[in-house]
Design a protein around this ligand. Structure first.
Ligand SMILES: Cc1cc2nc3c(=O)[nH]c(=O)nc-3n(C[C@H](O)[C@H](O)[C@H](O)COP(=O)(O)O)c2cc1C
Length: 193
């Protein structure tokens, strides 16, 4: 396991979501992996257009999305990664809008490519950061788990972070990063569907 892609649904590289995700990245790097980070609000990403009358969309008949934006390169980067880390700030107890927009479309393309979905069994870790009052991280992770599973990912961990326990969770995340790089290849497949 050597190549980690970190996708962040925050726009702030100095913010709380980045701080939590960076702790995991630091652990991965210290165990020998390379980590690339993508901040979704910096990307051009439309929401799904539900682009035909029955709502199933044209991607059901082909294998790609009709919208020409950053979805395709992001799908390719996810396919190439050994591990995908999905880190979102908690907004209203749910995913951030940029993360929702991405995963809504990844789900469509992934499901419609059932036989050739490159994300099937791709190891993935979810992180939700409740940076305000601290509530809503579990409902956010519940939404995240459902959509990641439908995309085909193998969720190896989900970590809830609150502003109030950030220092503790940074330590947990760093150790998790080390553990993932050292153990992921040898871990038995666990598909918790
Ligand atoms: C629209 C909106 C909704 C939010 N809802 C919650 C919430 O439900 N629970 C919570 O603890 N914090 C909430 N927050 C605070 C964010 O979780 C916090 O700003 C975020 O984790 C930090 O984002 P950053 O990573 O971009 O720094 C909300 C913030 C915004 C902007």
């Amino acid at each position: 396991m050597s190549n980690v892609l970190m996708i962040l649904g925050s726009r702030n590289p100095d913010g709380q979501t980045a701080t939590a995700a960076e702790a995991l990245a630091d652990g991965c790097r210290s165990a020998g992996a390379t980590v690339d980070a993508v901040y979704l609000p910096q990307k051009q990403l439309e929401r799904c257009r539900q682009c035909d009358d029955d709502g199933w969309g044209l991607c059901r008949r082909g294998d790609s999305c009709v919208i020409d934006d950053d979805l395709a390169p992001l799908m390719e980067a996810m396919s190439d990664a050994d591990l995908v880390v999905v880190a979102t700030p908690v907004y209203f107890g749910d995913l951030s809008e940029s993360m929702k927009a991405l995963l809504d479309r990844v789900r469509r393309v992934a499901v419609n490519r059932a036989d050739s979905n490159p994300l099937v069994d791709k190891p993935c870790v979810g992180i939700a950061v409740a940076g305000g009052g601290g509530g809503g991280s579990f409902s956010c992770l519940y939404s995240l788990e459902r959509i990641l599973q439908t995309c085909g990912f193998r969720i190896v961990d989900q970590v809830s972070v609150r502003r109030q326990n950030m220092e503790l969770k940074r330590q947990v995340l760093r150790q998790t990063g080390v553990w993932l790089v050292e153990n992921l290849n040898s871990s038995p497949t666990q598909r918790g569907r």
